[in-house]
Design a binder for this molecule. Structure first.
Ligand SMILES: [Zn+2]
Length: 298
């Protein structure tokens, strides 16, 4: 197991970030880059481990050793997620209201279908066979089954490229963001949505607490999120990928939509802090648990 360099700035200087994951006997600890403050898992999962993590059997399985979701939960989650579509697409439309919209990791196609109904010509790629099938059969969408790493690059082809809940999973996020940016026409829009668990009040409090206690929290899921973005590092990633103008919009899930995991005390703290957090994010645009990064390409 080799310690990773920072996936954003390649620095080798890092400090502990107090969380870790375990997967089939291997331990993945988070580090925070001293140069750019990016938080990432080190070591990175190997290709063989990624293949296991994203196999349909594992990813769609809902046993106690927690694959991400069962197939039915995955679909329910996709439908539930649609409440945020108008806000996300609205932000993108302010920059580019029409043209070819390409989604990387389009899941079951709900967002891509929404973009199509709102005036874009759309296409996408999806890694999972099940998602690809649903995109094609239910929505008649033009979707290719592929990882973005394997997907052939098409120069200056699109007006908007969108990645939702993708960049935190990619082992080389900057290289993939650069590739996505090269696929945009001049003046095109790179839009990236990511979770930002450690930007919320609960996340900040937890990190401070674990650091004081000099302990690391074992995360109760497999190492799907190999990167943890904060507003400053998402901004830096868009800049590094070749955008000339960046904006980070902080969002927050409504209190009834948060997932509560952990002990009774952890759940109570999380729920108790989510209400003031909700007010602060809605009112001032700070402490959001979701980030939408928009970059305008040169
Ligand atoms: Zn760095």
């Amino acid at each position: 197991m080799v310690a990773a360099t920072c996936p954003l700035c390649a620095s080798r200087e890092s400090v502990e970030f107090p969380i870790f994951y375990e997967f089939r006997g291997d331990r993945f600890e988070a580090s925070e880059c001293l140069a750019c403050e990016f938080v990432y898992l080190s070591p990175r999962p190997t290709d063989a481990q990624l293949a296991q993590l994203y196999s349909d059997e594992y990813f769609l399985h809902d046993g106690a050793d927690c694959g991400a979701h069962s197939a039915t939960d995955y679909e329910t989650a996709a439908q539930k997620g649609s409440v945020k579509f108008p806000e996300i697409l609205g932000s993108i439309k302010r920059y580019r209201p029409s043209g070819h919209f390409f989604e990387i990791g389009c899941g079951m196609g709900y967002f891509l279908d929404f973009a199509r109904r709102n005036g874009y010509e759309v296409s996408g790629i999806e890694y999972a066979a099940l998602g690809t099938k649903v995109c094609r059969e239910r929505f008649g969408l033009e979707v290719t089954q592929s990882s973005f790493e394997q997907y052939p690059e098409r120069a200056a082809a699109y007006d908007v490229v969108f990645m939702g809940d993708v960049l935190e999973h990619l082992v080389d996020p900057l290289a993939m963001l650069k590739k996505a940016v090269r696929m945009l026409k001049p003046g095109g829009i790179m839009a990236v949505e990511v979770p930002s668990m450690f930007n919320s009040l609960t996340g900040r409090l937890a990190v401070a607490g674990y650091r004081i206690l000099r302990t690391r929290k074992k995360m109760p899921m497999p190492p799907y999120h190999v990167n943890e973005f904060l507003p400053a590092t998402l901004w830096a990633a868009l800049l590094g990928a070749g955008c000339k103008e960046q904006k980070i919009i902080q969002r927050i899930r409504p209190p009834h939509m948060i997932t509560l995991r952990g002990s009774f005390a952890e759940k109570a703290i999380k729920k108790g802090l989510h209400y003031p957090n909700y007010v602060l994010t809605k009112g001032l645009g700070i402490f959001g648990d979701r980030l939408l990064g928009i970059g305008v390409v040169k």
